[in-house]
Design a protein around this ligand. Sequence first.
Ligand SMILES: [Zn+2]
Length: 449
Amino acid sequence: MPYEGEFASYRSVRRIVEAERVQKLLNRARVFRGASRQTPLAPKQDLDVVADLPVFVLAIDGSYAEVDVRIGYPGAKVGYVTVASVLLDLDRVSRLDESRPIDPREFRKTEQAETIDSALPGSNVVTINQKSACSSFRQEVYEIFHDIILDDVDRVRLLTTYEELLQRKPASRGQECPYRESHGCTAEIVVPRGVSDCPQCKRPVFSTDALRIHERFRDLGTNGEAFGLVMQVWERILLIHFLRCFERQNLLGRMGRLAFFVDGPLGVFGPPAWLSAAISAELKRLNAIVRAETGNDLVIVGVEKSGNFVTHFEEIDRTENPGEQRFCPRSYMLLTDQYIKERITCSDSDKRYGQDTYFGRKFFYKTSGGAQIVGTIPFLTDEQDTLRHDDISIYPRFGTLCSLLDKLASSRYVNSVTPLIAAHAHAAIPLHLGTKVLQRLATALMGDR
Ligand SMILES: [Zn+2]
């Protein structure tokens, strides 16, 4: 998440750009030279409107903040990480829609929210049985995973879902013992489930140490990066957690009635990036069951509000005539590897874009109301796991997704979708509403249409 208001002032930016060394570097830098050699920009408009849409949307969105705390040690900080999952009943939203403008109080009644919120040690905060801020942080991350139970009936811990994904981590390469920095332990370890001991230094190792978020933890200063990584991992594991929960309750056959919205791209970045391949494999396994039972795929989308892809979409949508745009309503582009490398990230790598980090692929969509949506659709089969061509026929839910986005694109916020705004509202204001989203959803899904 960007640090708003931390942009350098215009004057200092200009001073830097004008500096001789910077000029020399820019002269050597590759500049985008128009579309002549590049993959043509080709928004498509062949989507049919899908009428039979899911009736529920489960949206997942997190936020984090770092706050100073007064505990007698200077510079002590605590990270506050929240992840909200909000369930929206689209039938009720539609009924409200007929009487626009929507009364926000009425709108709230269409959503049910569940928030995970947690406080994590930051710099200079050492918990009672630990010796450093970093080991306190590691232990708290583990315990929060252990303590989170989202469903009173199911009673499965978030840790269990995480450890299932951990089993999919390739064991060929070990990782550094988490005590390498602090105690000089040189062991290369493969982190198992639960709490174990490092074979060399005999200190405790938590299964969540495999996320390696602690490698970005700093004993002094700010830990926005580490807290951001915890949030990112929670958001994505939660998606799998819900799906596995539905699997145990034999609800995967009802997934045609539910769509999942995740804030941000469908990928895992930084030290926990290995999770991406594990999540992808698990999504494919779950989707195979959904396909067998319903004849169709899961409906899942990640929506990003900022970053290079969002900027690029804005740029290519502009034309020389003010007010005229290149993408007409309901047009889309499924981005290929070649397009991304030539136009967005500038790379000549043979490795597929996002190979190690993404479990889905990017698309641009202009909704019927004109909102620009930058989304990711997951790879739910091996056939879908490609960036080579832009044939949407291998993603049978793409049309459903776009029709849903038409319906949910917010009229109040630019290029954003209502369920994620609702989830964000809950994530941003940490409060535990006590309603058990999963239980209510299970009941609703079992009900007849
Ligand atoms: Zn060790």
